[in-house]
Design a protein around this ligand. Structure first.
Ligand code: HEC
Length: 147
């Protein structure tokens, strides 16, 4: 009986994996994918702001900041040339590629700083790094996102 349950668990895991892979495979539209990711960034930022504003322990921010860092590090790859259909990305994303990659690198560095500050439970450093991350969103949007 235990063995059956165990097998069922494995099957469920296997199926979950297949489903997840299927969704990822279907998500070949980089515009949809990056917009989804951006929304998740927005949700992370909001959740982090709440913790910082409330003066709550900052430890839980680390995982969110780490996920943001990982996203920023690969962000430019979600903007392949020609991926403009239904997108608000400005032509500068491709014409000023170096500037765009620099903006992503700045955001990556800011998120890493935030993760480190939160990881060491340093509330003051976390608040400073949080403002830097938020600023890095705006800095990129100003130059590379239309309205
Ligand atoms: C390196 C540049 C860059 C950085 C950094 C960046 N973004 Fe963006 N963001 C963009 C671009 C370009 C678009 C437009 C994407 C499109 O429409 O194809 C966008 C779109 C968005 C959108 C709109 C998504 C939608 O539904 O269309 C949100 C929300 C967003 N970003 C939030 C954030 C937040 C929050 C951060 C920081 C934590 C951030 N972004 C950092 C470049 C950036």
């Amino acid at each position: 009986m235990t063995r059956m349950v165990w097998m069922a668990g494995l099957l469920a895991l296997g199926l979950g994996g297949t489903l997840a892979a299927g969704t990822a495979g279907a998500q070949t539209d980089p515009v949809a994918q990056r917009r989804d990711e951006m929304k998740r960034l927005g949700a992370h930022l909001e959740a982090i702001k709440k913790i910082v504003d409330a003066g709550e322990p900052v430890g839980p921010i680390e995982a969110r900041a780490e996920e943001m860092r990982g996203y920023f590090a690969t962000l430019p790859t979600l903007f392949p040339p020609g991926s403009t259909e239904g997108s608000k990305a400005l032509p500068a994303v491709w014409s000023d590629r170096a500037g765009f990659e620099q903006a992503a690198a700045n955001a990556t560095a800011a998120a890493a700083k935030l993760a480190a500050a939160a990881g060491s439970n340093d509330a003051a450093a976390t608040a400073t790094a949080f403002r830097e991350v938020a600023g890095s969103c705006g800095a990129c949007h100003r130059n590379f996102r239309g309205r």
